[in-house]
Design a protein around this ligand. Structure first.
Ligand code: NAD
Length: 274
C-alpha cells in the first residue's frame, strides 16, 4: 500500500497512518471501516470502551483483505486493569472482533490511583508470548509511568499512544520515546477538528501546497515520525486524510506549525484520569 510502515521495537511493522473509530457507534462502524479499507487504510484503532469492536470486526471480515495485510489495535479499559481481569477482557475483545489475534494491544490509561498498570502489563506480556497480540504497548502514559514500567518489568512497550497535535506537541514524551525505542502514536492528531484546522498560520501552509489544513497537519506528524490515526465518518474526508503521501512540507512549514504548540490538552490529564 501507499502508507509507509514504522518498525516497532520487536520488529513488527505498523502502518504509519491508520483509521481511528472513537465515537463511531457500533452499527455505523462497519460502514466507516469498510470505507477506510476501500480508501487504502490497513490499520484500524479501536478500544473496548468505544463499544464498536463488533462493527470493526465485521468490516475486517467482510473486506476479504488477507489478515496479515491488516493491523488491528484495541485497548484494555481502566476498570479491567489487573492481571486476571486483563486476560478476561482481552478474550472478550477478541471475541467481539471475531479475530484470533490483534496486532497491537494497549493499556488505555495508566490510572496511577489504582496502581495496577505493572500487573496489567504482565498480563499483556503473557498475551504477547501466546501470539495473541503481535505487539503490546500503552496509551496516555506520562514519562514517570514509562520509567516505572520499564524499570519493574524490563520490557519496553512498543508504542505509547498519546494526545498529540500541533497545539500539544509533547516534546518531552517524544524525546523519551526516542531514547527508549517506543513508537509515538498520536491520538486526536487533527486536534479533533476543532479550532486547529482554522488557525491562519496552518491554513497558509496548506494553501501554499494546494492541500487542506487537515492534510498539512497529518504531513507535519508524518515528517516528525509520529504514527497517526485520524478519525472521520465522512467518505471524502476519509479519502483526504490518506492522500498525504505525495507532497512534503518544507522546513519553514514545519516550523510554522510547530509554533502553534501551547501545551493545552483536549482530553483528560493522565496523572488524574480514572
Ligand atoms: P481527530 O483529531 O482524528 O479528529 C477527528 C475529527 O476531526 C472528526 O470527527 C471531524 O470532525 C474532523 N475531521 C476529520 N477529518 C477531517 C478533515 N479532513 N477535514 C476537516 N475536519 C476533519 O480526533 P479523534 O477522533 O479524537 O482521534 C483520532 C483517534 O484517536 C480516535 O478515533 C481514536 O481511535 C484515538 N483516540 C485515542 C484516545 C486514547 O485515549 N488512547 C483518545 C482519543 C482518541
Amino acid at each position: 500500500s501507499k502508507v509507509p510502515s514504522v518498525i516497532l521495537n520487536n520488529g513488527v511493522e505498523m502502518p504509519q497512518l491508520g483509521f481511528g473509530v472513537w465515537q463511531v457507534p457500533d452499527d455505523e462502524a462497519a460502514k466507516a471501516v469498510a470505507t477506510a479499507l476501500e480508501a487504502g487504510y490497513r490499520s484500524i484503532d479501536t478500544a473496548a470502551i468505544y463499544e464498536n469492536e463488533r462493527g470493526t470486526g465485521e468490516a475486517v471480515a467482510a473486506s476479504g483483505i488477507p489478515r496479515e495485510e491488516l493491523f488491528v489495535t484495541t485497548k484494555l479499559w481502566n476498570s479491567e486493569q489487573g492481571y486476571d481481569s486483563t486476560l478476561r477482557a482481552f478474550d472478550a475483545s477478541l471475541e467481539r472482533l471475531g479475530l484470533d489475534h490483534v496486532d497491537l494491544y494497549l493499556i488505555h490509561w495508566p490510572v496511577p490511583a489504582k496502581d495496577a498498570y505493572v500487573d496489567t502489563y504482565r498480563a499483556l506480556e503473557k498475551i504477547h508470548a501466546e501470539g495473541r497480540a503481535r505487539a503490546i504497548g500503552v496509551s496516555n502514559f506520562l514519562p514517570e509511568h514509562l520509567e516505572r514500567l520499564t524499570a519493574e518489568t524490563g520490557v519496553v512497550p512498543a508504542v505509547n499512544q498519546i494526545e498529540l497535535h500541533p497545539q500539544l506537541a509533547q516534546a518531552e514524551s517524544r524525546a523519551l520515546h526516542a531514547r527508549l525505542g517506543i513508537a509515538t502514536e498520536a491520538w486526536s492528531p487533527l486536534g479533533q477538528g476543532r479550532g486547529l484546522l482554522d488557525v491562519p498560520a496552518l491554513v497558509a501552509v496548506a494553501r501554499k501546497h494546494g492541500r487542506t489544513p487537515a492534510q498539512a497537519v497529518l504531513r507535519w506528524h508524518l515528517q516528525l515520525g509520529n504514527v497517526v490515526i485520524p478519525k472521520s465518518v465522512t467518505p471524502s474526508r476519509i479519502q483526504e486524510n490518506i492522500d498525504v503521501f505525495d507532497f512534503e512540507l518544507d522546513p519553514e512549514d514545519m516550523a510554522a506549525i510547530a509554533a502553534l504548540d501551547e501545551g493545552g490538552r483536549l482530553g483528560p490529564n493522565p496523572a488524574e484520569f480514572n
